[in-house]
Design a protein around this ligand. Structure first.
Ligand code: GLU
Length: 356
């Protein structure tokens, strides 16, 4: 349904306030990774490295739950799970590996994989963009700064910040809303290797207070960078962020990307290898939003995170490491998640920048 002009103006006014408040919400980044990386222990087995990371950070209480989504604010901060899945299907885990939590922004990666497969690499680059924005994940200002009239880049920025993920969701094909949603959830389920389902409470909680994302969609539409109706796209995007997953699901999903798009447990080819490689490239550039550079510098792995507390890092050709822990740093990334993955990556000596 088209949004009347007067309503659009109200949203654009809201947008200016929201741009400023997104800065206030995400105050200057605390250096989660720079502070207390333990000495790597290269003698550890994979399970021992998982145990070490679990035990080292079990009592870490830093960070806070996402407060702008009421459902997430109530999450139990004590829950903490780590899972590794290798490309030959081996599983290593510790803690709350089977606890279900909302996927949030990690879902952007799987919708991206689908849209990339359908649209092709060039279209994605021209219609969405693949540059780091250097700004918070929900920045409306980045749309203006990326305006192609100024920089030659398309305003959505990249498919992992909200603007780009909303534009990506608007490219999901389907005759009806239900058909589009089915495509999104089926793609994610194929990555996880079993049917995933919507968490209706999270969806309702986000839909009740979604003005910021709607404002982003309307602004994109004004620049002709939203490819479907704004209200319908925001509904689809919000559903996409609201399905439940576990740390184990996430590790399987990541291992599918590590394995060139083939799910190591079901052996289904979910996407082709080229799509998988490009998704990982976008994750390396922007998966941890405005701290992606520091993450890559300290950990050396493409990763993606959600304000639900999940984080997933991929070691191409080897494995994925996934963590659930709800308290976040100011950029919106799980504190224990980052510390645990860093510790495991250092102990196992894995980085995409390593000689072998
Ligand atoms: N649904 C959340 C939002 O749009 C996702 C944010 C995130 O996980 O980083 O604000």
């Amino acid at each position: 349904m088209p949004i009347p002009m007067t309503k659009q103006k109200t949203f654009l006014k809201y947008l200016i306030v929201a741009s400023i408040s997104s800065y206030a919400f995400f105050s200057p980044t605390q250096k989660v990774l720079a502070r207390d990386a333990p000495q790597p222990n290269h003698t550890l087995t994979t399970q021992e490295a998982v145990n070490r990371a679990y035990n080292n950070y079990k009592s870490t209480t830093d960070g806070s739950n996402a407060s702008y989504i009421p459902y997430l604010e109530k999450a139990n901060k004590k829950l903490y799970g780590i899972v590794i899945v290798t490309i030959d299907g081996k599983i290593f885990k510790a803690g709350d590996s089977d606890y279900s939590f909302p996927v949030e922004s990690i879902s952007k990666v799987f919708t991206l994989a689908h849209v990339l497969k359908i649209q092709g690499a060039k279209n994605l680059q021209n219609k969405i963009g693949v540059n780091a924005t250097g700004l918070p994940f929900n920045s409306a200002l980045a749309i203006e700064l990326n305006n192609d009239k100024l920089t030659g880049s398309p305003p959505p920025g990249n498919p992992l910040v909200n603007a780009g993920a909303i534009a990506t969701a608007s490219l999901v094909e389907g005759k009806s809303f239900e058909e589009k949603w089915n495509t999104v959830i089926k793609t994610a389920s194929a990555f996880a290797g079993h049917p995933l389902s919507l968490n209706k409470d999270v969806y309702d909680s986000e839909m009740a207070d979604n003005q910021h994302n709607l404002a982003i969609a309307i602004l994109l539409k004004s620049y002709n960078y939203l490819y479907a109706d704004s209200t319908e796209t925001i509904d689809l995007y919000t559903r996409e962020c609201s399905y439940n997953i576990t740390a184990k699901d996430l590790a399987v999903m990541g291992a599918t990307l590590a394995n060139g798009g083939n799910n190591p447990l079901t052996h289904q080819n979910v996407v082709d290898e080229e799509t998988s490689m490009r998704v990982l490239a976008v994750m390396a550039t922007a998966g941890l939003y405005n701290t992606s550079g520091e993450w890559l510098y300290n950990v050396g792995l493409p990763a993606t995170s959600g304000v639900g507390g999940g984080i997933m890092a991929v070691v191409p050709g080897k494995m994925a490491i996934a963590v659930y822990s709800s308290p976040l740093d100011p950029a919106g990334n799980s504190v224990r998640g980052q510390l645990a993955i860093q510790s495991i990556a250092h102990d196992l000596g894995i980085s995409i920048f390593k000689k072998k």
